[in-house]
Design a protein around this ligand. Sequence first.
Ligand SMILES: Cc1cc2nc3c(=O)[nH]c(=O)nc-3n(C[C@H](O)[C@H](O)[C@H](O)COP(=O)(O)OP(=O)(O)OC[C@H]3O[C@@H](n4cnc5c(N)ncnc54)[C@H](O)[C@@H]3O)c2cc1C
Length: 376
Amino acid sequence: MKINYLILLLISFLFNCTLERRILNPPNLEEENIDKKIVCYRPIRKNGPAMYLQTLEDKIIAHNYGHGGGGWSLAPGSAEYVINKLDARMKQLGMSKKEPIVVVGAGIIGLFSVFELIKKGYKNITIIAEDYNQLPSNHAGGLWSPFHIGDISKKKDKILTIGIKSYNFFLNIAKGKDKYFECCAKVMPAYFLKRNPDLELFVGTILKPAKQIIADFNNGFSKKMYVYDNTMIMNTPLIMSKLTDITIANNVKHIKRKIKSFSELKAKVIVNCTGYGAKQLCNDDNMVSMQGHLIVLKKQNPNNLNYLMTVPFEESYLDGHKIKRLYYLIPRHDPGTPETRIGVIGGTLVEGVEKGVDNSQEFNKVIQRARKFYVE
Ligand SMILES: Cc1cc2nc3c(=O)[nH]c(=O)nc-3n(C[C@H](O)[C@H](O)[C@H](O)COP(=O)(O)OP(=O)(O)OC[C@H]3O[C@@H](n4cnc5c(N)ncnc54)[C@H](O)[C@@H]3O)c2cc1C
């Protein structure tokens, strides 16, 4: 018995010796390194995003909402998918490229939808949005990882196709082949404690299989982790601003307004990219708001933050709402800020909490988890 145990110990020791050791420097996490604290809300649709055409009275509505915690990862492919469908329908009905089209929503799904419409030659586009600035799309960290909750098994193939399209769009940028979106995406390794099911879906097509390594935190502590070496970081604020520039250069009208019903709009063609707003607008009970807390870092050494990381800590309840507490690090850098103001850490996934209850006590917990992770 004792000998068997010793043999197992020896095998495990030899296995660990064969694992690659990688230095992952922790971010600076003192009080002076904390910049902004942000609460925002993922527009989750329980059984996957809504991406379909609907005829409502005399209107065609192209729905594209509910991308949850993975909207950035799916945006270019998802916009192309829905706008292709809309374009085909409009051609079938003999509608012209000058037909007025209203895109409701100015988040990343709305902006990529406008981008697709412009590429297809549509000339009379208006964006109507309740808000243009403080959106989930502006706050997202930018890890390429299509994240969902609920049962998406029926949409798995569609998500795979759309995810691959989106990944390749960003990869093209990362390879320096897209001059317009220059510096907007970078291939980067992402570290997890276990294999990540959202990423596993893409292994063998676009992602290399996860590899087990020893993450050495350069402070005497190390952990066994899994790494996906060719996932991606998207520069979310830079892409938002470039897409906005494209809309302006192409004479797209911008109107700030909340709509209560599609029938308020004169246009016969509408693209619905309202994120969580679709819960009311479409009476969609599958829409769930999922609160997130993230903290922007400053006074960092940018050379240290060259990796992405997501680690779950606990699942519990907060005032009756399911909460998942994580530690994640995304080396997001906002254009126009010092290069040392780099990195966002998170986070939380608080199911069903809407604007109004900030749960701001979670920020301290985020910082504590981050500090703890690198020294245990
Ligand atoms: C903390 C956090 C971190 C995230 N990190 C990542 C990440 O690393 N990677 C990733 O892929 N994704 C991430 N996401 C998810 C991603 O940000 C979202 O999936 C994406 O931004 C959703 O985009 P959207 O355009 O559908 O919605 P939104 O950005 O919410 O935009 C919706 C738009 O519709 C408008 N609108 C809504 N209702 C109405 C109405 N009735 N009338 C007029 N206008 C209306 C709004 O004003 C807004 O302009 C994260 C999200 C959060 C909250």
